[in-house]
Design a protein around this ligand. Structure first.
Ligand code: RB5
Length: 142
């Protein structure tokens, strides 16, 4: 069964959002934005991805802005979200193994397209290790 993945970006992440959707045959839930011409506000798009994942309507989220920073801050305002800004596949692997991250954040102005594909693939294919890492995650929610 295909993973259900919520994805959104502001104008600064729109082109990478479209490239990622075209590159992976997944059940994408695209929450906008719809072009790179109109300037929009990343907190709205981070909030949309975060709520979709936290509500259980998607297995994972991908949230993109120019740097990945603003939208990761926005996603992490939701207490059900562990959003990780990743700039390489090692970060993507470790944040899944150790942090059980449920939203991947990317910066279109920071990360090239081929690296972004490696990051997304690694993030979606890596399992959480549990054990001592579960205890630490539980403390984030306390
Ligand atoms: C938009 O110009 C830009 O500020 C935004 O995409 C992001 O980089 C913010 O963190």
């Amino acid at each position: 069964m295909k993973l259900k993945v919520a994805i959104a970006s502001d104008h600064g992440g729109y082109n990478l959002k479209e490239f990622i959707k075209d590159s992976f045959d997944l059940n994408w839930i695209d929450l906008g934005t719809g072009d790179d011409k109109n300037s929009v506000d990343y907190p709205e798009f981070g909030k949309a991805v975060a709520e979709t994942v936290a509500d259980g309507d998607a297995d994972f989220g991908v949230a993109i802005c120019g740097t990945g920073i603003g939208i990761s801050i926005a996603c992490n305002r939701n207490p059900g979200i562990r959003a990780a800004l990743c700039t390489n596949a090692t970060m993507a692997r470790l944040t899944r193994e150790h942090n059980d991250a449920n939203v991947l954040c990317l910066g279109e102005r920071i990360t090239g397209t081929e690296a972004a594909l490696d990051i997304v693939k690694t993030f979606l294919e890596t399992e959480f290790e549990g054990g001592r890492h579960q205890r630490r995650i539980d403390k984030l929610s306390d």
